[in-house]
Each structure stands twice: as structure tokens, then as C-alpha cells.
Design a protein around this ligand. Structure first.
Ligand code: ATP
Length: 589
């Protein structure tokens, strides 16, 4: 079903700028009146001043023409300034509300949408409505004013000629609708193609993408892919440029044919001495103020209908539901003790594929629990439900006996620190990346966190120290250094609950030891949920939870679980002992 056009919503974007808009209308009205002066001066010159041989009058009317033109120019400049103010203001408002809305969108939106598409909507789509919001309103109002004032003038001058002049206008207007519709369709396809291009650029020119291309020597393939999408876009842009060209040509012809018809009737009337030559000349001059605006209005309609495609894309994002957990309101906990409980939690990312089945456990404040299990068992999923990145379908996740769904998201997440395998750092200085956790941290706190994370000495050994730029996503640092920075960042945040996804990649023994040491202060005094890949971490855990096929199958200490001789004992024998001996060999190398 076709969605009705949300004119009210588009109009509401102008609301904060109504004062400027009133001024714009005043300027437009003034400009329209000033524009009438030169043709009326022409009438006086031809019919009065010149036949009476009165040079003084000639000078007066010429002066009037010049003054009106200059004043109209000044009015135009001020109006241009106001237009930019409103247009750019609206673009800023839409962009920031779109970005804030995206910040509040659930994680699964980001896992299922290409980053390039999101980028395209936030930057290029929003940019492209600038012209429409600034241009359209002004064009419509200016031209309506111009047409009205001109119509009144021509009817006062001669009604017969006036009737003939307006008789031509319908021919200029009626083919508009199909052209506008076509414009809308093509515009929509163009924007979708741009999404594709942006997504391709994003994927292939990111540091991970380019490394993949280079390692698989896929440059020629990527070139072809880009070229083909580029060709599709080229074709669409050409049809966009050509939409309505025939129609515009018709309008342009009418703008010339109209005055010719007036000359025919006007010439005959002048011969009959029913009208003066001045009136015929003034009429043909005034017709420009009638047909020009009429064709401009026709063009605006086409532009606006085309722009609706872009507005729809922006509104589509704005209308997507935000995270369902309480983002404002809800229980606020200043400082939690750190109890984490799962009560019969049932969760699936997509229908009929449960990722967690009836998971229940309690982790007491300050306890460290290691989650182990085969790949894809659901360990990461469990940790993502604690900060409410996703909502459980059944059962509840509780922090300090409060259902996370009922908690204020800000308050909940302020109490949770997360260190994942893939450390994300901004392309900024080390200091700013650390301060992302807490902008008001003192230098002592900053250095203290870096020291505890075993990264301070490394940082100060760099020529620029804490002011070193870490590069795109921190790629100027090694994996181990990035992870220690992430640990320092969480230490600075000082949360009560810690979620740690241990890196699976084998680090050299020095880096490994540095990270293991950094874990000690990281976990002290906190409830820790660790997705463990190393035997040393598992052995130091208070309890071990074994996850298999989305279920919690075993729980207890290492010796308890070994004694049970179940899944964990098997896993231990197969995986961890092997890995330990491998890394022991690695260290011997
Ligand atoms: P690993 O040790 O390999 O990281 P894991 O135990 O952490 O595995 P999860 O990442 O929790 O496993 O994944 C559990 C299941 O959910 C897997 O079958 C996975 O394919 C699926 N899954 C994970 N994330 C998503 C997602 N965003 N959308 C859909 N399915 C997902």
C-alpha cells in the first residue's frame, strides 16, 4: 500500500525557523512589488514621457527603474542569507536527530544493515534535501506573489489581453503529474544505488577490507564490481537528468509563444486604436513575470515529488523503533553491588533458531565466572544480554535483582565494563581514547589505569607519549597493545560488572604475560563474566559455566567438573590441555 505523503511532518521541520520565514515572505513580497516598477515605468516612458517630449520625465522614470532594480538586488541578498540560515539549520536538525536516533537503535539493526547504507542516509541523503527545503518554499512563495501581483496589474491594464495571456498557462501545468511521479521513481532507485556504492567503498577501503583484498589479490575483481555499480548509477543519473526534459522544452516554447500570441491580438487592437503601443509593450514585458513563475512552479512540483523519495528514506530510519529496554526512565542504580542473575532465559536472534534455551544461573557480587564451551554455543550471547544489547524473549536477566528491561539503560551500562577480542579505538590520541571512559579523569587516574593495565611504560616510550595518534581503529598498535589500552579504558570507567572476552589469538609470551597481569587489577572487586580461552584464566575462576547448544549444561569449580567427568572434562582433555602444550611449545621456540 502506498504511504501517504507526510506533508505535515515535512512542514514541521520549518517550525523552529518561523521568524526567519516571516521575514523571507516579507522580502519576497517587497521584491515582487519592486519588480513591477520597471515595466510600469516603461509604460509611462512610451505612452507619456516620450510623446510629450518631456526629458525630465524620461529621467524620472529611468531613475525609478534603476532605483527599483538596486533595491530589489539588496532585498535579494538579505533573502538569500535568510534562506541559507533556514536551509542549513533544517539540514543540521535532521542530521543530528537522525544520528541521535541511530545511537538509540538496537544492535541487531547494525548487524543487519550495511554501514555504507547508514552513512549514505546520514550524509548524502540529508545533504540532498538542502536545496529542496531552501529552494522550494522560496520558489513557491516568490512565484505565487509574482503571479498574483502581475495578474492584478495586467487585468487593470487590459482584460482581453489578460484573458489571452492566462489561457496559455494550463498547457504549461497539466503534464506535471506524470513527470513528478517518474522523477520520484528514478530518484528512489538512484539513492538505492548510491547506498550500494557507499557500502562497497566502506567495505573495501576499510583497513580490514583492503587487507583482505590484497591478501587474496582481488583488486581486478573489486575494480569490476565497482565499475559495474558505477555504470548502473551513471545510467540512473542520466535518466534522472533527462526526466522531464521534453516537458521543460514544451514550457520553454510556451514562454516564447505566449508573448507572440499577445503581439498578434495586441497588434490588432493597437491598429484599431483600442490600446496604446505602450500597453502592448508593457504586456509582453509583464508576461515574463507570469510565464517564468508558472514554469518555475511546474519545475518545483517535479523537484518536490522527486525529493519525497529522499524524505521517505530519512523518515523510514527515524520511524524505526529504538531499543526496547528503558532508555529513559526506569530504575536508576547509582552504584550496583554486582549480582547478575539469569532466570529461565530464552533468546533467539532470528525465529526458530534459539541461541539460548532456558538458561538460569546466579553470579554473586565479586565472583569471577568463566564461560567455556564450543564455538557458537552462546557464550557471547549471554554476555550481551547483561548490558541489554538484546532483549530476552522469555525469562529475565537481573542485575542486583532488578530486571534489566526495567532499568534505565544509562544507569545499567554505566556499571558494566566490556573488553572484547576486537578492541575498537578511535583515530585519535591515546589520551583521548582512554578519556572516552571518563572525560573528567585526572592525569594521575589516567596514568594509574595505564600502569595497572601494563601499558604505561609502552606509552611513555613512544615519541609523542599519550599524544600519539593510534591510527584508524588503532591499527598503528599491535593487537596486544590495543587490548591493554582497552583494559586501561575499562579500569578508568571502574565498573562493578566486567565482561571480558579473552583473545583467542596466540600472543607472544611477553605480551601474554603482560595481559594476564593486567587482568588481575581489572577483575579485583568486580563481578566478572569471562569468556575464557586460556586454562590459566579458567583455573583462576571461582566457578566455570559450560555452555553447549545454547544451554548451561554444567557449572562448578575445575576440580568439581573434572570429577563429574562430563562435557567440561572432555573439553578440558581435548582442547585446553592441547592448547596449553601448544603454547608451551610456542614459548620454548
Ligand atoms: P564463539 O566462541 O565462537 O565466539 P559463542 O559461544 O560466543 O561462539 P555466540 O556468538 O553467542 O557463540 O553465538 C551463538 C549462536 O547465535 C550462533 O549459532 C551464532 O551463529 C548465532 N548468532 C550470533 N550473533 C548473531 C546475530 N547477530 N544474528 C544472528 N545470529 C547470531
Amino acid at each position: 500500500m502506498k504511504k501517504p505523503v507526510e506533508w505535515k511532518r515535512i512542514a514541521s521541520l520549518f517550525h523552529p525557523y518561523w521568524k526567519q520565514e516571516v521575514q523571507v515572505f516579507a522580502m519576497i513580497f517587497l521584491g515582487a512589488l519592486l519588480g513591477l516598477i520597471p515595466p510600469l515605468c516603461t509604460l509611462r516612458l512610451i505612452d507619456t514621457a516620450i510623446p510629450q517630449n518631456n526629458f525630465g520625465s524620461v529621467c524620472f522614470y529611468v531613475g525609478g527603474m534603476i532605483a527599483a532594480a538596486l533595491l530589489a538586488g539588496l532585498v535579494g541578498v538579505y533573502q538569500g542569507y535568510l534562506n541559507s540560515l533556514v536551509g542549513e539549520g533544517i539540514v543540521r536538525d535532521i542530521r543530528s536527530s537522525l544520528v541521535s536516533h541511530l545511537h538509540r537503535m538496537p544492535l541487531d539493526f547494525f548487524t543487519s544493515t550495511k554501514t555504507g547504507e547508514i552513512m549514505n542516509r546520514v550524509s548524502s541523503d540529508v545533504d540532498s534535501i538542502d536545496n529542496v527545503v531552501t529552494g522550494t518554499m522560496v520558489t513557491v512563495v516568490t512565484n505565487v506573489f509574482m503571479i498574483t501581483t502581475t495578474l492584478v496589474t495586467v487585468f487593470v491594464l487590459n482584460w482581453k489581453l489578460a484573458l489571452l495571456s492566462i489561457g496559455i498557462i494550463p498547457f504549461m501545468i497539466f503534464p506535471i503529474w506524470p513527470v513528478g511521479r517518474k522523477m520520484y521513481e528514478v530518484r528512489k532507485k538512484t539513492r538505492q544505488k548510491r547506498d550500494e556504492i557507499e557500502a562497497l567503498t566502506q567495505e573495501t577501503l576499510s583497513i580490514s577490507g583492503i587487507t583482505l583484498i590484497k591478501s587474496f589479490v582481488r583488486e581486478p575483481y573489486e575494480h569490476d564490481r565497482f565499475f559495474n555499480v558505477g555504470t548502473d548509477l551513471m545510467k540512473l543519473e542520466i535518466s534522472l537528468a533527462m526526466v522531464g526534459r521534453w516537458f521543460m522544452m514544451l514550457i520553454a516554447a510556451m514562454v516564447t509563444i505566449g508573448p507572440a500570441a499577445v503581439w498578434l491580438l495586441g497588434g490588432w487592437l493597437a491598429i484599431q486604436k483600442t490600446v496604446t503601443i505602450g500597453i502592448v509593450v508593457t504586456f509582453t514585458t509583464l508576461l515574463n513575470r507570469l510565464y517564468g513563475p508558472a514554469s518555475a512552479l511546474a519545475g518545483v512540483q517535479v523537484q518536490v515529488v522527486g525529493a519525497l523519495a529522499v524524505f521517505e528514506r530519512i523518515f523510514e530510519y527515524l520511524d524505526m523503533p529504538e531499543e526496547r529496554c528503558k532508555s529513559d526512565g526506569g530504575a536508576e542504580l547509582a552504584q550496583v553491588a554486582g549480582k547478575v542473575e539469569f532466570k529461565h532465559v530464552q533468546f533467539s536472534y532470528s525465529e526458530n533458531r534459539p541461541a539460548l534455551k532456558d538458561v538460569s544461573f546466579v553470579i554473586e557480587p565479586g565472583e569471577m565466572v568463566a564461560f567455556v564451551g564450543p564455538s557458537g554455543a552462546g557464550k557471547t550471547t549471554i554476555t550481551q544480554l547483561v548490558p541489554c544489547f538484546y532483549n530476552t524473549q522469555e525469562g529475565a536477566v537481573l542485575v542486583d535483582d532488578h530486571d534489566v528491561k526495567e532499568m534505565n539503560l544509562h544507569s545499567l551500562r554505566s556499571n558494566i565494563g566490556i573488553v572484547t577480542q576486537e578492541t575498537y579505538l578511535f583515530h585519535d590520541t591515546i589520551e583521548n581514547n582512554l578519556r572516552y571512559a571518563r572525560a573528567d579523569a585526572t592525569d594521575e587516574e589516567l596514568f594509574g589505569a595505564a600502569k595497572a593495565a601494563n601499558i604505561h611504560d609502552f606509552i611513555v616510550s613512544l615519541p609523542e607519549g599519550y599524544k600519539t595518534i593510534v591510527g584508524e581503529r588503532g591499527h598503528k598498535l599491535s593487537g596486544g597493545e590495543r587490548q591493554r589500552l582497552a583494559i586501561a579504558r575499562v579500569l578508568l570507567k571502574n565498573p562493578k560488572i566486567l565482561i571480558l572476552d579473552e583473545a583467542t589469538s596466540a600472543l607472544d609470551s611477553v605480551n601474554e604475560a603482560l595481559i594476564q597481569q593486567a587482568f588481575v587489577p581489572l577483575m579485583q572487586g568486580r563481578t566478572s563474566l569471562v569468556i575464557a580461552h586460556r586454562l590459566s584464566t579458567i583455573l583462576s575462576a571461582d566457578r566455570i559455566f559450560v555452555i553447549e547448544h545454547g544451554e548451561l549444561v554444567e557449572g562448578g569449580t575445575h576440580s568439581e567438573l573434572i570429577a563429574l567427568d562430563g562435557v567440561y572434562a572432555n573439553l578440558y582433555r581435548q582442547q585446553f590441555r592441547e592448547r596449553e602444550s601448544e603454547s608451551a611449545l610456542l614459548r620454548l621456540d
